[in-house]
Every structure is written in structure tokens, then in C-alpha cells.
Design a protein around this ligand. Structure first.
Ligand code: C2R
Length: 214
């Protein structure tokens, strides 16, 4: 439509268009700011009412059994501390093979960018998940009763060339570091998250420097 087609004098019409354009620009800027935060998967909590709810989970934390949760809750806590949207699920390559393969196949379309997979003993979960997605998979070997987690470590880490699983330490250290590594990967394209990670490292170092022995 050309200016003037609607019958208004040109000056009035131009003013009306300018005002409308300003309102649209302001609305767009506001929308862009909040969708940017959702895209970054960072829950910026300014006050409880303005919390952005349910951004898609950037990280999936899966484990072979509920008995792994006591350890894997440390991965959950670390992701929560950094405000990274994530989901935690139990599934098993052995006991629920269809669920594990479906979950891995659909992970990217659900918005997952990284999967953390924990299992103990004959720990095939991370490898099977990795076989069904091209997302980065981080494996966390659980400490086992029979062999103290050496079985879990070897069955998670010794993947054949072609299907990588980035394997972390056995147990709690592995759970925390899997979350921190996932955060570091996400932080490559998310400046807010990178800043949080740098602050975390600085505070960690400060605590070590300030440690006094009796
Ligand atoms: P239960 O405590 O349920 O008997 O499980 C789990 O990760 C857990 O550490 C004992 C251990 O079995 C492991 N498990 C796997 C897999 N599924 C369960 N290693 C798998 O798919 O690799």
C-alpha cells in the first residue's frame, strides 16, 4: 500500500506510522531480550514472578537406575546452581532398551544439546545413547559393589572408534565434572554462562588461597 491510499493527509499518516513503528520496535526489543535468555537456557531469576518458565532442557541427565540418583543429584545440583535448564531421567540400555534408544533419538528435537549418562557395572547406557544421537555424550561411571566402579569405568570409556563417549571420573567427582563440562561446552556460545563459569573458578581459587590449617 502506498502512503495516501487510505485517504489521510500524508503528514498525519507518516506520524501515525512512525508512532506505530516505535511501539513495534520496543515490543520486539523486549521479546528479543527474553527469547535470548530462553535460547541461552539460562534461568535469569530477577524476581520470582518474572522467572522464565520451562525453557527447553539444554542438558539431559540420564542414569541406569534410581540407585544412581544419590550420586547423580550432584550433577543436577551443579546445573541448577548455574541456572541451566535440564531434565533428569532413569532409563536402562538393558532393562528398558526401547526407552533409551527413543530418548536418545529424540533428544536433539527436544532441545537437548548435551547428554550426561551414568551407569554402574556393565555400564552400556552412555554408549547406547551415543550410538543413537550425534549430540555430545558425557559418561559417568558409578561406583559398583563388586569392583568399586572399575567395571563401570572401563565399560563406559572403552568405546570403539566412531562413537565417542567423553568419560569422567567414577562417582561424585564425575557427576559434578560432567555438569561443569556440559556448562563449559554450552558457554562457548553463551556469554552469560561463560561469565558464571569464570566467577565459579575465581571463587574456587579464592577458597583454596584462604584455606588455613590449624
Ligand atoms: P540396581 O540398583 O537398579 O540394581 O542397578 C545401574 O546404573 C546401577 O548402577 C544397579 C546398577 O545397574 C546399572 N545399570 C546399567 C544399565 N542399566 C542399569 N549399567 C545400562 O543400561 O548400562
Amino acid at each position: 500500500m502506498r502512503i495516501g491510499d487510505c485517504g489521510l493527509p500524508n503528514a498525519d499518516l507518516e506520524n501515525a506510522i512512525e508512532t506505530q513503528w516505535k511501539v513495534t520496535r520496543m515490543a520486539r526489543a523486549k521479546k528479543k531480550a527474553s527469547s535470548q535468555q530462553v535460547r541461552e537456557g539460562v534461568l535469569e531469576i530477577r524476581n520470582p514472578k518474572s522467572e522464565i518458565r520451562n525453557p527447553s532442557p539444554l542438558v539431559a541427565v540420564v542414569m541406569g537406575s534410581k540407585s544412581d540418583w544419590e550420586v547423580m543429584r550432584h550433577a543436577d545440583q551443579t546445573l541448577t546452581d548455574f541456572g541451566v535448564a535440564h531434565e533428569c531421567r532413569v532409563m536402562s540400555a538393558h532393562r528398558s532398551p526401547a526407552l533409551a534408544t527413543e530418548f536418545a533419538s529424540d533428544a536433539a528435537s527436544r532441545g537437548n544439546e548435551i547428554i550426561i549418562a551414568a551407569a554402574g557395572g556393565a555400564a552400556h547406557l552412555a554408549g547406547v545413547i551415543a550410538a543413537h544421537t550425534v549430540l555430545p555424550v558425557l559418561g559417568v561411571p558409578m561406583k559398583s559393589e563388586a569392583l568399586n566402579g572399575l567395571d563401570s569405568l572401563l565399560s563406559t570409556v572403552q568405546m570403539p572408534a566412531g562413537i565417542p563417549v567423553g568419560t569422567l571420573a567414577i562417582g561424585k567427582a564425575g557427576a559434578v565434572n560432567a555438569a561443569l563440562l556440559a556448562i563449559a561446552i554450552l558457554a562457548n556460545s553463551r556469554p552469560q554462562l561463560r561469565k558464571k563459569l569464570q566467577t565459579f573458578r575465581q571463587e574456587q581459587e579464592k577458597r583454596v588461597r584462604e584455606t588455613a590449617l590449624e
